[in-house]
Design a protein around this ligand. Structure first.
Ligand SMILES: [Mg+2]
Length: 237
């Protein structure tokens, strides 16, 4: 194996450093319950997913856009008969999601603290600016990171622009994340390296089928606690 060492390690935030999708799954369950007198759980889930995907172009990612999609789905599923009280219940669930404490994954704090001694660390996350800023601030981890980048999407062009902005050579850049679509494939495509850490709860939209196909340039770990050992192995080979 070739010698691989990095100047900058960037981390995705949601479902890589802390729980995110879990909150959406819990909120969806509440919504299914709320709508249970109108339709089956399967149909509600399917309609909601379709609405969310359709609305990404308007609202982007985040709790506020999710809440609007849930309300729109409720209107559609009830043929316009949904009650104000039910809409209020949806809004209350969204507020609860935004107020909930940030739940950091196991191993994250010690790994980030250790790596920050030898590497420049970044957060690259997509979503709503206000929501993400609040969560990053509440995580208690912000001081370990040299840069925090909140972007609306994570494409090849996004990564190219970020590397140029911070004068980072793609070959010495490592991205760590749970989403093949957002964290792994675009980085590998521009000549960077990536570490894929699957998360039990990953939104269906972020999963790319046949992602692998013999693609090189990324590594897969079971959890973030294994990252320092991987880095050591890569640089000493
Ligand atoms: Mg993520």
């Amino acid at each position: 194996m070739m010698d691989l060492s990095f100047d900058v390690i960037a981390f995705d935030a949601d479902d890589t450093l802390w729980h995110n999708e879990t909150r959406f799954v819990v909120a969806q369950d509440k919504f299914k319950q709320l709508m249970s007198s109108y339709h089956s759980a399967e149909l509600i889930e399917q309609k909601l997913y379709e609405t969310e995907i359709r609305n990404l172009q308007y609202f982007g990612y985040g709790v506020k856009g999710f809440a609007l999609s849930v309300i729109e789905t409720a209107i559609e599923l009830t043929d316009g008969q949904v009650r104000g009280r039910e809409i209020q219940a949806i809004i209350d669930v969204a507020k609860g999601m935004l107020k909930a404490p940030v739940q950091i994954f196991e191993h994250v704090e010690e790994v980030i603290a250790e790596l920050s001694k030898s590497y420049e660390l970044m957060i690259i996350t997509k979503g709503d600016l206000f929501e993400q800023e609040t969560r990053i601030a509440r995580s208690g981890l912000v001081n370990y990171f040299t840069h925090v980048e909140i972007v609306s999407a994570k494409t090849r062009d996004t990564y190219k622009a970020l590397l140029a902005k911070h004068s980072v050579d793609a070959r010495r850049f490592l991205m760590v994340g749970n989403s093949p679509r957002s964290d792994i494939l675009p980085v590998v495509a521009i000549g960077g390296r990536a570490v894929y850490i699957p998360c039990h709860n990953t939104w269906a939209h972020e999963i790319v089928i046949n992602q692998d196909g013999g693609q090189e340039g990324y590594f897969e770990l079971e959890h973030i606690g294994l990252l320092p050992a991987l880095l050591e192995r890569l640089s000493s080979n």
